[in-house]
Design a protein. Structure first.
Lengths: 119, 119
């Protein structure tokens, strides 16, 4: 693991095949053969992706079974989520603004509907 | 923006200088000169990082001012957070297990403290 493990993690996640491998492992551990199957990829190509994920600490090999199935390690994902947390207020602010806009639209619509009515 | 914008975003974030630029922009918009200052980097080097962030939609240029300051765009970060959300149960499970372990430790300690006492 490098000093900048967050960069290593983000780099490992920046590939759709590697994210699909993680999604598969979220369902339970799997051997390299099982992981290779849905991707129509060669064993060495999958192994290369697995090495990147392993270096980032996103997966680990079980020791019990003969085929050493891989399993998910969530800790680096938690670290990414932790880093993102300080930016949450920015997208929530934007959603708040959208919310205000939608409420204004609804209000305008309602005022339109109510035209002429007195309550 | 490529079809796989999540990979583009993660790739853009996988660099400590680019994350530092985002952290600076989280404090408010800034010109390229202002962004270059703390990094002791050349203007072209910073511009290259800004281009990567801009391609990922993580920053945008203001149109008002002469120096077109950059500002943060949080939407791609929200998408990363959304992707991560389906993995949250994994790290929270792990924390739950740690919690159970700590409670067991405390219980064992308490039992030790209470030794001989009857309440």
């Amino acid at each position: 693991m490098t000093a900048d493990h967050l960069s290593t993690t983000l780099q490992a996640l920046a590939d759709p095949t590697r994210r699909a491998i993680l999604a598969r492992l979220a369902l339970g551990e799997a051997t390299v053969t099982e992981l290779a199957e849905p991707f129509d990829m060669s064993f060495p190509a999958v192994s290369k992706h697995l090495k990147v994920l392993e270096r980032a600490g996103l997966i680990e090999q079980g020791r019990e079974a003969q085929f050493r199935p891989r399993r998910l390690r969530p800790e680096p994902l938690r670290d990414v989520a932790g880093w993102l947390e300080s930016y949450r207020r920015f997208w929530e602010q934007n959603l708040d603004r959208l919310d205000v806009y939608l409420k204004e639209l609804q209000q305008a619509e309602k005022t339109g509907d109510d035209k002429g009515e007195t309550k």
